[in-house]
Ligand binder design. Structure first.
Ligand SMILES: *[C@@H]1O[C@H](CO)[C@@H](O)[C@H](O)[C@H]1NC(C)=O
Ligand SMILES: *[C@@H]1O[C@H](CO)[C@@H](O)[C@H](O)[C@H]1NC(C)=O
Ligand SMILES: *[C@@H]1O[C@H](CO)[C@@H](O)[C@H](O)[C@H]1NC(C)=O
Ligand SMILES: *[C@@H]1O[C@H](CO)[C@@H](O)[C@H](O)[C@H]1NC(C)=O
Length: 507
C-alpha cells in the first residue's frame, strides 16, 4: 500500500513520531533512522549497513526470534545477505508493534505498516506471517499473532469496507490524519478516527482469513474464535461476498443498488472509482467485485482475478478449519460454496487467449468479455497464484501467464534496466520495479538460476540503506519509494528462508 497523495506524504515524519512514541522519547523516529545508513556495515561488495534500531528502541523483543535469526544467518555465507537478512527479518517486530496488549484471554496487537501510523489488513497479515511458525514454540509470539487476529476482527466488525485502520482509542495513540475527503453520500459512512482509509479491497477479507487459519494450523489454538468479533466479522464478510457477486443490472435491466461504492474528489484517476463510485458494470460470473486493488489503486474492471483466486483459496482453508474444529458449521458450508463459485468463475471468465502466449489469466475482467492483460507487483498478483496456493507451478495456464508477465514486451508494467528487472505498478509509475515482485518471482520458481538472479537483484537495490523499498528505478537505485515498508521486509525474509531450504548454499 501507499498513500499517493502528496499532502499525506508531508505528514509522514509527524506520524512516525507518534508510532515510535511507545518506545520512549529518546528513540529516533524510524522514518528518519531508515533514511540513513548506520554502522557497522557488512564486509561484502554492497557494504550493507546495520539497520536494526538500538535494543531499547525496538517495539517488540523476543528471544525465540533472536535465536531463529542466528540459526538462519548461520546458513548464509554471503556477508551482504547475512546483514540484510538480519535487518529485514525482525523489522516488523523491531519497528511496527505500535501497541500490544498481551492479556492472555484477549490479546490485541496493532501493527503499523511502516511509515504511516495505520494498520492495513493485508499488510499486517503479511508482516506477521514469517513469525507464525514460532508461535508454536513461544507463548509471547502466539499472543502477538492472536492479538493481530483479534484486532483485525474488531476493525472489520466496525467497518468491513476499510483497507486501513486507526489505532484503537484505548491504545492512547493519536489517529493519523490522511487528508482524504470521500463523498459520504456514496461511500458507506465511517468514522475517520477509527478508519484510516475506506477503500474496499477484496483481498483484505482473504488476508484476515489467512492469518486466522495459518495461526491455527501452526499452533492448534483457536481461542480467537471465542472473541465475539471474530464470528461476527466472518459472518458479515460471507454475506458481503454474496452481494459482491451480483451483476450490475437486474433481469429488468434496472440497476442493482450496490453494497459499497467510493467516490472521492481528486485529480488522480486511480484514487476514485468509475460510475460515480460504483465501478464499471459487470455480469454474474461467480467472482466477487472489488473497488480497489492491493496497491490501493482503483480497479478498471471490478473482477480482480488474483484477489478472487486468493479469496477462493482462503475460503476453502477457512471452511476446512471450521470443519476440523467442529464449530460454525453453517458458516463453513457457506464459505465452501462461495469458494467453489469463485474458483469456477476464475476459470470460466478470468482467462483470455493471448495471441503469443495462449490461454492466460487476465488481471481484471467484467463478465462481458472485456479483460485487462497485465500484472501488478502488489500481492495478491497473477505471478503469485502459486505462492497463494491457487494453482500448481506446472499449471499450463499459469506457465503461459508467467511468461507473459515476465516480459517487457507483453506486460505493460514489467520493467527492465541496469539494476533490476521485474514487475512494477501503476501506483508508482513507469520504470520502477517493486522488490516485492522479484521476491514473488523467486518464491514461485524451482529454477535455481532464476532464484539466484532474484536474490542478486534484491541485495543490489537497497540504495545503501539495507532495507527493502517499495519500488526502485531500474537505472537509478537511489531513486526509490519508501525507506520503511515492513510488508516487503517480511516477504523477502520468507523468500530467503525458502531459498536456503530449497537450494542450500545459494547465498
Ligand atoms: C535454533 O537451532 C537450534 C539447534 O539446531 C534448535 O535447537 C532451536 O530450536 C532453533 N531455534 C529456532 C527458534 O529456530
Ligand atoms: C484480560 O481481558 C479480560 C477480558 O477482557 C478481562 O476480563 C481481564 O480482566 C483482563 N486481564 C488482565 C490481567 O488485564
Ligand atoms: C476527520 O474528518 C474531519 C472532517 O473532514 C477533519 O477535520 C479531521 O481532521 C479528520 N480527522 C482525521 C484523523 O483524519
Ligand atoms: C532457468 O532460468 C534461467 C535464468 O532465468 C534461464 O536462462 C533458463 O533457461 C531457465 N532454465 C529452465 C530449465 O527453464
Amino acid at each position: 500500500m501507499k498513500i499517493a497523495d502528496s499532502s499525506a506524504l508531508l505528514l509522514l515524519p509527524l506520524l512516525a513520531a507518534a508510532a515510535t512514541s511507545v518506545v520512549g522519547a529518546d528513540c529516533p523516529s524510524y522514518t528518519d533512522y531508515s533514511s540513513a545508513p548506520h554502522s557497522p556495515a557488512s564486509k561484502g561488495k554492497y557494504r550493507i549497513p546495520s539497520m536494526r534500531p538500538p535494543p531499547d528502541c525496538r517495539t517488540f523483543s523476543n528471544p525465540t526470534i533472536e535465536q531463529a535469526l542466528s540459526n538462519i544467518t548461520s546458513l548464509i555465507s554471503d556477508p551482504d545477505w547475512r546483514q540484510l537478512f538480519s535487518n529485514i527479518f525482525p523489522n516488523t517486530l523491531d519497528t511496527t508493534v505500535a501497541w500490544h496488549n498481551a492479556n492472555t484471554t484477549s490479546p490485541y496487537t496493532f501493527l503499523v505498516t511502516g511509515d504511516i501510523t495505520a494498520q492495513w489488513i493485508r499488510d499486517s497479515t503479511n508482516q506477521m506471517l514469517p513469525y507464525v511458525p514460532y508461535a508454536a514454540m513461544d507463548d509471547d509470539i502466539a499472543l502477538l499473532v492472536a492479538g493481530l487476529i483479534n484486532m483485525q476482527a474488531e476493525e472489520l466488525v466496525g467497518y468491513p469496507y476499510g483497507n486501513a485502520f486507526q489505532p484503537p482509542r484505548r491504545s492512547g495513540l493519536e489517529p493519523a490524519e490522511n487528508g482524504i475527503a470521500v463523498d459520504l453520500t456514496v461511500t458507506p459512512p465511517f468514522d475517520n478516527t477509527t478508519v484510516f482509509e475506506a477503500k474496499f479491497e477484496l483481498d483484505s477479507f482473504a488476508s484476515f482469513f489467512q492469518i486466522s487459519s495459518t495461526y491455527w494450523r501452526a499452533t492448534g489454538d483457536y481461542d480467537f474464535m471465542y472473541n465475539k468479533a471474530w464470528g461476527q466479522s466472518v459472518s458479515n464478510i460471507l454475506g458481503i461476498i454474496e452481494k459482491l457477486q451480483e451483476p450490475t443490472y437486474n433481469s429488468k435491466h434496472m440497476v442493482n443498488k450496490p453494497l459499497v461504492a467510493y467516490n472521492r474528489l481528486t485529480d488522480t484517476a486511480t484514487e476514485t472509482q468509475f460510475g460515480g463510485g460504483m465501478g464499471n458494470p459487470v455480469k454474474y460470473t461467480g467472482m466477487a467485485k472489488t473497488l480497489f486493488r492491493p496497491s490501493d489503486d482503483a480497479t478498471i474492471f471490478p473482477f480482480l482475478v488474483p484477489a478472487n483466486a486468493f479469496l477462493s483459496v482462503e475460503l476453502y482453508r477457512l471452511s476446512s478449519m471450521l470443519d476440523q474444529i467442529g464449530v460454525y458449521l453453517e458458516m463453513s458450508a457457506v464459505a465452501k460454496s462461495l469458494a467453489d463459485e469463485i474458483r469456477r468463475g476464475v476459470f470460466e471468465h478470468g482467462t483470455v487467449v493471448h495471441p503469443k502466449h495462449g490461454r492466460v489469466f487476465a488481471y481484471e475482467t467484467d463478465g462481458y468479455g472485456s479483460a485487462l492483460v497485465m500484472d501488478d507487483a502488489n500481492g495478491p498478483s497473477l505471478l503469485g497464484l502459486v505462492y497463494q496456493g491457487f494453482v500448481d507451478e506446472k499449471d499450463p495456464v499459469y506457465q503461459n501467464t508467467r511468461r507473459m508477465i515476465l516480459s517487457a514486451d507483453d506486460n505493460p508494467w514489467f520493467f527492465t534496466g541496469a539494476y533490476i528487472h521485474g514487475v512494477g505498478s501503476p501506483h508508482t509509475g513507469f520504470q520502477k520495479v517493486w522488490p516485492m515482485a522479484v521476491a514473488v518471482q523467486g518464491l514461485t520458481s524451482s529454477n535455481r538460476t532464476e532464484v539466484k538472479q532474484c536474490l542478486d537483484q534484491l541485495v543490489a537495490t537497497t540504495s545503501g540503506l539495507g532495507l527493502m523499498h517499495e519500488s526502485v528505478h531500474v537505472y537509478r537505485p537511489e531513486d526509490y519509494t519508501r525507506s520503511w515498508f515492513a510488508w516487503c521486509n517480511s516477504l523477502v525474509s520468507q523468500f530467503v528462508i525458502d531459498a536456503i531450504v530449497r537450494f542450500p548454499g545459494i547465498i
